[in-house]
Design a protein around this ligand. Structure first.
Ligand code: GDP
Ligand code: GDP
Length: 441
């Protein structure tokens, strides 16, 4: 499980600047709360050897009792509750403020590891400006510059070192005779889409044997099980709890759990509620899974609850709103009535097999040759790209590297055409794939 760091501080101290630096250029996933000027943002971050989830928060004014500021404070408290460590950002140039004291008072009672980041410290020697921040009672201020990328690595190391012991070898999931472990499956979707119903339906199936009752790894449940001789592991995103024979969601939706589950999964099953349609949050989760390079299967649940006209509209809206996931199979199921579940398993298996497909160089090169023969890349000015051979550059997701000349003139449309030919030949479904072009001169 990736650790979680929340960035907290009053407005304008540089939290978003720090967040952007930690998460790179990728889009943040946003928890949607209508009417807020700024929501919590979640993003995957990496610094040195640490990988973690960063949460950016809006400005925090803990003592506000009304309106938007109160809501922002609630958001910040929630982010702190979800975090393993908190980075409290202050502005050394502006100096200490009453608001900083209020925030410090709240953080001292939050029972979390808190680090004080003195931002905008570029070109500043350790000195009087820093010293005053000791008053906050949070400990030593770490001078950083989010804008210039200074001091950030040591800040993150201080936040995360020792927090998570290295995993023991014994914690690795068992592998079968082919050296493959269980297929790890994350079930993601909004509150009430039917996640618990689906899981209970599955675990109640006779063909499915949960061979180890759910142990809790930190706060997420991993349920190992076997179906038709194949091993799987279910990664919960809803805070499931066992209650007698069935599972119950204790938390209807958690962005952190969803992100952690997606990071840990081989295949992400995105559930969409047929009675609600595709929401912004569905699209955010889908985008995140795509960024993480995960195989994705989309299942529209509660298919039983809508008529044929609505079904047609919904199908079209899924195709439009999730167009960037065109590779993902779309299934129609009813978790409650146990309908469509066989094809769903097949789609999950096919997607993971596709993500890890081996593509031999001679076969790829032959497909490339045939594709070019059928349709050549367009000439651009004096150049016509020449594509010579291809090899596999990676798995999960598959990467195909194509070598040739003048490849910088190959259009996106042509790349998609090549991708289509490769997907068709290797029957790749449910997995993103990437084509990289390399000039050989
Ligand atoms: P937030 O409201 O806390 O998220 O703050 P922002 O990230 O939006 O930053 C507020 C202002 O501070 C912006 O004008 C930033 O360009 C500026 N800023 C952020 N980090 C630094 C820094 O390290 N040095 C300086 N000089 N300015 C910074
Ligand atoms: P979760 O929050 O995603 O775990 O959703 P639940 O599994 O708690 O389901 C929310 C509601 O949707 C419950 O009232 C379920 O009975 C209902 N539901 C779940 N699956 C289906 C389905 O396939 N068809 C219909 N009509 N209702 C369903």
């Amino acid at each position: 499980m990736k650790p979680v760091i929340a960035l907290v501080g009053r407005p304008n101290v540089g939290k978003s600047t720090l967040f952007n630096r930690l998460t790179g250029t990728r889009d943040a996933i946003v928890a949607d709360y209508a009417g807020l000027t700024r929501d919590r943002h979640y993003g995957d971050a990496r610094q040195g050897r640490h990988e973690f989830i960063a949460i950016d928060t809006g400005g925090f004014e803990p003592d506000c009792t009304s309106g938007i500021f109160q809501e922002m404070a609630r958001q910040t408290r929630q982010a702190v509750a979800e975090a393993d460590a908190v980075i409290f950002v202050v502005d050394v140039r502006a100096g200490l403020s009453a608001q900083d004291h209020d925030i410090a008072r709240f953080l001292r009672t939050a029972n979390k590891r808190v680090l004080l980041a003195a931002n905008k410290a570029e070109g500043m020697k350790d000195g009087p400006q820093l010293a005053e921040f000791y008053e906050l009672g949070i400990g030593e201020p770490h001078p950083i510059s989010s804008a210039h990328g200074q001091g950030i690595r040591s800040l993150i190391e201080a936040a995360l070192d020792d927090l998570f012991p290295e995993l023991d070898e014994d914690d690795e999931p068992p592998r079968d005779e082919n050296g493959r472990g269980p297929t790890r499956l994350a079930i993601a979707g909004r509150p009430n889409v039917g996640k618990s119903t689906l899981i209970n339906t599955w675990l109640g199936e006779e063909r499915l044997v949960a061979f180890d009752l759910p142990g809790t790894t930190r706060d997420a449940i991993h349920v190992p099980f076997e179906r038709d001789g194949k091993a799987y592991e279910l990664i919960d995103t809803a805070g499931l709890r066992r209650k007698g024979k069935v599972f119950e969601a204790i938390e209807k939706f958690s962005v952190v759990k969803t992100l952690q589950a997606i990071a840990d999964a081989n295949v992400v099953l995105l559930l969409i509620d047929a009675t609600e349609g595709v929401s912004d949050q569905d699209a955010h989760i889908a985008g995140y899974a795509l960024d993480a390079g995960r195989a994705v299967v989309i299942a529209i649940n509660k298919w039983d609850a809508i008529d044929s006209y609505q079904r047609e509209l919904l199908q079209r809206s899924v195709e439009q709103r999730l167009a960037f996931l065109r590779f993902a199979p779309v299934l129609h199921i009813s978790a409650k009535r146990r309908q469509g579940l066989g094809p769903l398993w097949k789609a999950i298996d096919d997607s993971w097999a596709s993500a890890t497909r081996k593509m031999p160089t001679p076969v790829l090169t032959r497909i490339l040759g045939e594709a070019v023969q059928y349709q050549q890349p367009k000439r651009v000015g004096a150049y016509r790209p020449k594509l010579r051979y291809a090899h596999q550059g990676g798995q999960n997701p598959p990467v195909v590297v194509i070598h040739g000349n003048a490849v910088e003139h190959v259009t996106e449309v042509y790349k998609r055409y090549l991708e289509g030919r490769i997907r068709e030949h290797f029957k790749l479904v449910g997995t993103p794939m990437r084509i990289e072009l390399k000039s050989s001169h």
